[in-house]
Design a protein around this ligand. Structure first.
Ligand SMILES: Cc1ncc(COP(=O)(O)O)c(C=O)c1O
Length: 451
């Protein structure tokens, strides 16, 4: 018997993931037929020309093929050789062997040291789980929390569809809360209370709140007051917090800084709110999406629950070792004064400076289009402008028509969620500046032609 759709459950059938949906499929089709496409649909930096950091790639090469160091003497700086050696001895059996389910202890120590350097707080390597990208950590946390069909998770509107898709797949309920577009997409206590109250009336048991900071798709950066407000809200209502902090190095707005939930939690001496924090090698200045590295840090999670997380991680044995090493290179920069340091700082600075310039260029360009309004891209990798839809057109129809006419591939706001009656799209800031300028002028011309 060959299986048919009738054999597939609603958990899978109902799952949607707009970032790689029908508009992207059509873009690929057009590209195969010879059209030039500007892919602004996904935050995949190296696909749009971002160069990998030499520090990361040297470590990876040496870990995968340790003989390289002796076969090409002098080709690798001593600090990269040293880092790879430490990783290999930390792994005991090299990169072709499974690691512990939580990931190599040596790398978890390095992650804990990174958190301490970043936030001035303690971090326990035993509460850190290395994951195949942040996605797998998020999925593990949601799997853990969604225990019955009435269970719900608060997710932002707009949100990154990993959350809506995974909640659907695990047959939980989405409890959407609106972000405040008029106030730079911050979270508002009133809007949070509102969403929770509605969920309660619908018989939903809300278990946790997801916060994405810096924001995807909004490009917002939450300030310390907002982070503290969210912790207070979670405490009052007995919610866990899932803090998606994969864009923590992508901060562009002058004076803005990344405030981690872990740091705020420690400053508040908060012991009652369980926190799952996520980080990734895919974003920031590494942009190593294909290497699939990331971690999840647990705080205020009792030992018997952590044991369940460990059991879940054990089912897939461990995260991939090259991804773990990529994460090591993120949390362990080359030592000060070492031979790799100056090059590392230059490469890192060039990437972040360029992204900052693009963030300004795209927001200014979109704001100059009649009928468009875009909040500053303060962080992350996206602009999420609001625009006037021509009567009778959906945002999906508008984005598809934009693609057909101009070759520009963006994702409609409905794929992330938006206030009813409003229309948005998400575009990454990652294409090179000349392409971004073309993109903005083509969008302006296209939009003018629609009215
Ligand atoms: C907010 C957010 N979280 C998580 C992820 C997943 O990243 P990865 O699994 O590549 O680490 C992404 C990817 O775009 C993202 O934007």
């Amino acid at each position: 018997m060959s299986i048919s759709l009738k054999d597939i459950g609603s958990a899978v059938l109902d799952t949607q993931y707009a970032v790689r949906g029908p508009i992207v499929a059509r873009a690929q089709e057009l590209e195969r037929s010879g059209r030039t496409i500007i892919y602004c649909n996904i935050g995949n930096p190296q696909a749009l020309g971002q160069k990998p950091l030499s520090w990361t790639r040297r470590i990876l090469a040496l870990c995968e093929y340790p003989d390289l160091a002796t076969l090409s003497p002098g080709a690798f700086p001593a600090d990269a050789v040293d880092a790879a050696r430490k990783l290999l001895s930390g792994s005991k059996h090299g990169f072709g062997a499974y690691s512990e389910s939580k990931g190599l202890r040596f790398i978890r120590d390095a992650v804990a040291a990174f958190i301490t350097r970043r936030d001035g707080i303690e971090s326990d390597p035993e509460s850190i789980y290395l994951t195949d990208g942040a996605s797998k950590g998020v999925q593990a946390a949601l799997r853990l929390l969604l225990a019955s069909p009435e269970d719900g998770i608060m997710i932002p509107i707009p949100q990154y569809p990993l959350y809506s898709a995974t909640i659907t797949m695990y047959q939980g309920r989405q409890v959407g809360y609106y972000l405040d577009e008029e106030h730079d997409w911050m979270l508002s206590r009133d809007l949070l209370e509102d969403a929770l109250e509605k969920a309660k009336k619908a018989g939903t048991t809300t278990k946790a709140i997801v916060v994405i900071n810096p924001g995807n798709p909004t490009g917002s950066v939450l300030d310390a007051d907002n982070v503290r407000m969210i912790i207070g809200f979670a405490k009052e209502h007995g919610l866990a917090i899932l803090a998606d902090e994969v864009y923590q190095d992508n901060i562009y707005r002058e004076g803005a800084r990344f405030e981690s939930f872990a740091k705020a939690m420690v400053a508040l001496r908060e012991k009652d709110v369980s926190l799952f924090s996520f980080h990734s090698t895919s974003k920031g200045f590494l942009g190593e999406c294909g290497q699939r590295g990331g971690y999840m840090e647990l705080r205020n999670v009792p030992a018997d629950v952590s044991a369940q997380v460990l059991k879940m991680q054990s089912v897939s044995l461990c995260s991939n070792l090259p991804g773990q090493a990529t994460l090591y290179s993120l949390v362990t920069p080359p030592p000060e004064g070492g031979p790799s340091r100056a090059e590392y700082e230059r490469e890192r600075g060039d990437i972040l400076d360029e992204l900052k310039a693009r963030a300004v260029l795209i927001a200014d360009g979109l704001n100059a289009i009649p009928g468009f309004r875009c909040n500053a891209v303060a962080g992350a990798m996206y602009a999420f402008p609001r625009f006037d839809l021509p009567t009778g057109m959906s945002d999906e129809g508008w984005c598809m028509a934009l693609l057909e006419k101009t070759g520009i591939c963006v994702v409609p706001g409905s794929g992330f969620g938006q206030l009813p009656g409003t229309a948005h799209f998400r575009a990454t800031i990652l294409p090179p500046r000349d392409q971004l300028a073309t993109m903005v002028s083509s969008i302006a011309a296209f939009h003018a032609g629609q009215h």
